[in-house]
Write a protein that binds this ligand. Structure first.
Ligand code: ZN
Length: 187
């Protein structure tokens, strides 16, 4: 990542909004923002498929759900955060399972980029379908978008919910309903 370029750009933005980038409080701001961007966009330089390099064989063909995976991402339209939780469910095929922490890592890899919630949701589902080849995947993402809280319609607290449904979760409404009730914790 070209952090020098980020620093120059932040300095220019400060000048452009009418600030003095050389005043004491702002002097280190370009560097801080460059450090911050390096961290929140680190997923651009990772391949989430690598998280699925170790697939285990377990005699388990029942639903696996990891819920409340917290994430922080950056809305690509405004470069401000959207923050929330992802819930990932899948049903293994031929006992192919993956370490539970890997699901959280995949959410992190995809969220640490300029992102849209809709795309984040489907990227997680599609990666699992392609590389784990389960019977099905269901991903639900809920998030609050700072671009809705701080600007435009200004609706703090509003949450956006997106879902991606693949395989058996798409075909069977009963299986989908079971996963949704487990995700909501109402079962
Ligand atoms: Zn936005």
């Amino acid at each position: 990542m070209d952090k020098e370029k980020i620093k120059q750009a932040v300095r220019m933005i400060l000048e452009a909004v009418g600030e003095d980038p050389d005043r004491e409080g702002l002097v280190d701001t370009p560097r801080r923002v460059a450090d911050f961007y390096e961290e929140v966009f680190a997923g651009l330089h990772r391949n989430p498929a690598d998280r699925l390099s170790a697939i285990f064989n377990e005699q388990h063909e029942e639903m696996v759900i990891v819920r409340d995976i917290s994430f922080e991402s950056m809305c690509e339209h405004h470069l401000v955060p959207f923050i929330g939780k992802a819930h990932v469910a899948y049903i293994p095929n031929k006992g192919r399972v993956v370490g539970l922490s890997k699901l959280a890592r995949i959410v992190e890899d995809f969220s640490r980029r300029p992102q849209l919630q809709e795309r984040l949701t489907s990227q997680i589902a599609d990666l699992l379908m392609e590389h784990l080849q389960p019977q099905g995947v269901l991903v639900v993402v809920e998030a609050e978008h700072m671009c809705m809280t701080m600007r435009g319609v200004r609706k703090p607290g509003a949450s956006t919910v997106t879902s991606a449904v693949r395989g058996v979760f798409d075909k069977s409404s009963a299986t989908r309903a079971e996963a949704m009730s487990l995700i909501r914790g109402t079962k």
